[in-house]
Design a protein around this ligand. Sequence first.
Ligand SMILES: NC(=O)c1ccc[n+]([C@@H]2O[C@H](COP(=O)([O-])OP(=O)(O)OC[C@H]3O[C@@H](n4cnc5c(N)ncnc54)[C@H](OP(=O)(O)O)[C@@H]3O)[C@@H](O)[C@H]2O)c1
Length: 171
Amino acid sequence: MRVSIIVAVAKNGVIGRKNNLVWRLRDDMKFFSDTTRGHTVITGRKNYESIPEKYRPLPNRSNIVVTRNTDFVAPGSHVVHSLAAAMEYAADIGTAEAFIIGGGEIYRQALERLNVERVLLTHVNAEPEGDTFFELDSVATGWHRTSLGEFRADDRNEHGFEIVEYSRVDS
Ligand SMILES: NC(=O)c1ccc[n+]([C@@H]2O[C@H](COP(=O)([O-])OP(=O)(O)OC[C@H]3O[C@@H](n4cnc5c(N)ncnc54)[C@H](OP(=O)(O)O)[C@@H]3O)[C@@H](O)[C@H]2O)c1
């Protein structure tokens, strides 16, 4: 099973603020939807709760929510209590590719503990204030960089951005 991270990061490493996103980037949302559709997504409980109720579980994907709370209920999603259990369940349901979709805590643990083969990283040309970060240096060395497209700021996208695929040089 391939494990990928998908994340949008500002120049200063910010990915969120007050359990919300800090921008409106419709073309990046579209990239996220197109890329993860038909696969399995793994989310931390906080990121899950940040998704408006009417949009969750994310449609046409198997959704796995990670929480330490054994009473947590997420209709239409599978709830697990560790990242290892998320991987196990994803493998059990025959997942070919599992996408780690955040937030900060889950990204950090995934990079430390899982064999993440690629990171789909949207570099956002902005430096917003925030309280949740992705360590950009974590994909600096030992990863092969391929640009997948650049977008300008316009009425669809609040900021310009570039989508980059980082894949492990040794994978
Ligand atoms: N820019 C982007 O691409 C992007 C993508 C996703 C999210 N975000 C942003 O990221 C922020 C949320 O990130 P966050 O770091 O605050 O939270 P998070 O990673 O979404 O969720 C953290 C929660 O996950 C559970 N958890 C974490 N590790 C666990 C483990 N090993 N075992 C069991 N449960 C575990 C815990 O839930 P319990 O407390 O329930 O035990 C923990 O409180 C929001 O602002 C969101 O908008 C940005």
